[in-house]
Design a protein around this ligand. Structure first.
Ligand code: PLP
Length: 408
């Protein structure tokens, strides 16, 4: 089942072609090397693998089913299937790698997990894993985001995590990253910085992909069992790229078309109004690894926007950069309005409220169906939309015929 823990890439230095690697201060490199060594060892250990498999099954609720969305399929003329990561405990795919990272940290004798979070999704998944595995957990979050995403802050606190406000600058995600990094530098021996996607220095892009590959391994088998063939197309949204890598990794040697969907935001022409890194970015180095990135004139990470807070990141996992250059995966962009339209289509045709992030993938599947006609399209439904309903109703309710209560 975990044979996919042995992918041909990356190389021993963490490179996928020219992308990836590790660009960090020497003292951190020593720690990173220890993490790499520990990970390469434990991923061969039957105890670790069976513990992870047990948690996936009995804690997360895996395998997540594949659902043939027949109403959506009939309307748009292709067979659209959903890999239901939205049904996981905590409501998205992030729990898959948070559990893996927490188990590794515990085996390495670390006492505390730390991470930054923007909207709070990674923070909640990590706080959940920390509670289960028995580790302390500090989550760094911008003061502005703490006010905006208060329900997730409460969740993290209930789970026993400490939420630490970042109070400088714009007090959002970037400042939270700074604060978490600073705290990590203070004590990299006892703390484990749990990166939330297939990004960061080696070994994180490899390790997070491996933990997420359970999605693709299950889906490949499940789809074949249902249809006695592979899908024609795979579709997944791409923020940092972990849910997409998790699905794609199992199909890289099959003749299956793959599509990674980035957020085109409000306007693909204007910097700061989108986060379409592979569509419009250039190769560069930030946050400790080489990949495509969106830069401003000074070469700094550019401001980004997406209606889906889980997708607004100015870089992307290095394996995606490599898969783009090699042409193996097609990367496209879906804008805010198209994503919201798909959010309502899936809700009203299938009774499934998707996360706005995942709605980008659904929107692209609808486009593909219209373009290609009869074909089998498998969409990774990375998360559920419960977290998004207040926002959607407030900003788009009227447009979609939802009466809202009179405010004030
Ligand atoms: C965080 C998140 C994403 C984006 O992260 P990736 O690493 O690109 O998968 C996508 N969907 C949901 C539901 C998320 O919570």
């Amino acid at each position: 089942m975990y044979s996919s823990f042995n992918h041909p890439q990356p190389d021993a230095n963490g490179y996928f072609g020219q992308y990836g690697g590790s660009f960090i201060p020497p003292q951190l490199q020593t720690i990173m090397d220890e993490i790499t060594k520990a990970y390469l060892t434990i991923r061969q250990e039957p105890d670790f693998l069976s513990e992870l498999a047990r948690l996936y099954k009995h804690f997360v609720g895996r395998p997540s089913p594949i659902f043939h969305a027949q109403n959506l399929s009939e309307k748009y003329g292709a067979d659209i299937y959903l890999k239901r990561e939205d049904l996981n405990h905590t409501g998205a795919h992030k729990i898959n790698h948070c559990l893996g990272e927490a188990l590794l940290a515990k085996k390495m004798g670390k006492t505390k997990l730390i991470a930054e979070t923007g909207a709070g999704q990674h923070g909640v998944a990590l706080a959940t894993a920390a509670a289960l595995v028995g580790l302390k957990c500090d989550i760094y979050m911008g003061e502005v985001d703490i006010a905006k995403e208060y329900p997730n802050v409460v969740r993290m606190r209930i789970l026993g995590a400490t939420v630490i406000p970042a109070t400088h600058g714009l007090k959002t995600l970037k400042e939270a990253v700074d604060a978490a990094f600073e705290a990590y530098m203070q004590d990299p021996v006892n703390q484990f910085y749990a990166i939330g996607s297939v990004v960061g220095p080696h070994p994180f892009p490899m390790m997070v992909r491996d933990f997420q590959s359970v999605i693709g391994n299950e889906a490949r088998e499940q789809f074949h069992e249902m249809n006695n063939k592979h899908p024609d197309h795979l579709v997944a949204c791409v923020g940092g790229g972990s849910n997409a890598m998790g699905l794609f990794s199992a199909f890289l040697s099959d003749s299956v078309m793959m599509h990674g969907v980035e957020p085109a935001g409000r306007d693909l022409e204007k910097q700061g109004e989108h986060a379409a890194t592979l569509t419009l970015g250039v190769p560069g180095t930030m946050h400790g690894f080489k990949s495509y990135m969106l830069q401003d004139e000074a070469g700094e990470p550019a401001p980004v926007h997406s209606v889906a807070s889980g997708l607004d990141y100015p870089s992307v996992g290095p394996q995606h950069a490599h898969l783009k250059d090699s042409g193996r995966v097609n990367y496209a962009a879906i804008n805010d309005d198209e994503a919201i339209h798909a959010f309502f289509e899936l809700s009203r045709l299938e009774g499934i409220i998707p996360a706005i992030e995942s709605s980008h993938a659904v929107a692209y599947a609808i486009k593909l169906a219209k373009e290609k006609g009869p074909s089998d399209i498998l969409v990774n439904l990375s998360g559920r939309g419960d977290k998004d309903i207040d926002f959607v109703v407030k900003h788009y309710g009227k447009q979609y015929g939802i009466e809202t209560m009179v405010e004030g």
